[in-house]
Design a protein around this ligand. Structure first.
Ligand code: A2P
Length: 295
């Protein structure tokens, strides 16, 4: 097409301009898996959460993750764009009309350096194929469940903590969350506050359900009421003394772990030391582990 024949361009919409631009800066192809961002909240310069529309066909188990992302930059030679996707735990409960995600912002991270700038109305890609090991089906019945999280690893537990099954299956639910700074605990603190005040959950699960829930936040690089890595606090026995519970044992305790790689490996070894063994969807046991999104 000869652009010189198009006349003045000042009244053209952004979309029309994009459609008429020559290759390789072609319009982004419409993808089958796009969802619309409905809400974005930033907590610190490293953390934010966002909500988006939920595909009508998407069914998932609390604790599972899906692949989400954006279109990548055009290839400098071919101009082709490929989806840039990463695994994200779904933080919202399965009964929610929308989906929620909790994300880190990595300044030079391929996806999050761009994803952190989304605003309501933007489109993201979401592959509606949920998977993951942090699911109730991967654990044998028990009395008490521990959710051990660092940083954005709290996301799958935000879903599980709003799942009626969690309260039906266990007498006690303990969420531990270790972050560097106090501001990074805000998402979890608000989550617990909201759960405890949620009338709908009380109706679904039964009055007094929130009494089963214990929250144990700690920080490592900024002063807060409880300082230290959860692993160290377990080794010293401090966490058990604080919560007035016995150390974990395979007869009564179950655990789900989600955090950075070093944390996952360290706590896995500790859980094995308490006599718990790792479960999977195909073979339920006493604990399960998943890596939090890092890029
Ligand atoms: P620390 O500040 O001592 O490294 P990150 O933001 O790097 O993912 O870390 C989140 C939290 O996880 C931080 O408080 C960090 O503590 C803690 N952490 C990192 N590695 C381990 C580990 N091996 N065991 C326990 N906690 C860890």
């Amino acid at each position: 097409m000869d652009m010189s024949e198009q006349g003045p361009v000042k009244d053209m919409t952004a979309q029309t301009r994009t459609e008429m631009a020559p290759a390789p800066a072609r319009a982004t192809p419409t993808l089958p898996d796009t969802q619309t961002v409905t809400e974005v909240e930033h907590y610190t310069d490293r953390l934010f959460r966002f909500r988006c529309t939920r595909p009508a066909s998407l069914r998932f188990r609390s604790g599972e993750f899906v692949m989400i992302g954006l279109m990548g930059e055009p290839d400098p030679v071919t101009g082709k764009q490929k989806p840039l996707l990463r695994a994200y735990s779904i933080a919202s409960p399965s009964w929610d009309d929308e989906l929620e995600f909790y994300s880190i912002k990595v300044p030079d991270g391929a996806l999050t350096s761009r994803l952190q700038h989304i605003v309501p109305g933007d489109e993201i890609i979401l592959r509606p194929k949920p998977v993951g090991t942090l699911v109730h089906d991967a654990l044998l019945p028990g009395k008490r469940i521990w959710f051990f999280a660092t940083g954005t690893g709290i996301a799958p537990f935000a879903s599980l903590l709003r799942d009626p099954q969690t309260y039906a299956d266990y007498d006690e639910i303990i969420l531990t969350h270790t972050c560097r700074e106090v501001g990074e605990l805000a998402y979890g603190a608000k989550l617990i506050e909201d759960i405890k005040a949620d009338d709908l959950l009380a109706e679904l699960i039964g009055e007094g359900f929130a009494d089963k829930l214990r929250y144990y936040p700690t920080t490592t690089r900024e002063q807060s009421p409880k300082m230290g890595r959860i692993t160290d606090l377990m080794r010293s026995g401090e966490v058990f003394a604080d919560l007035c519970v016995a150390p974990l044992c395979p007869e009564s305790d179950r655990a789900m772990v989600c955090g950075n790689l070093a944390f996952n490996l360290e706590i896995k070894e500790m859980l094995e030391g308490y006599g718990l063994s790792e479960g999977a969807n195909s073979q339920p046991a006493e604990y399960v582990v998943e890596k939090a999104f890092l890029d």
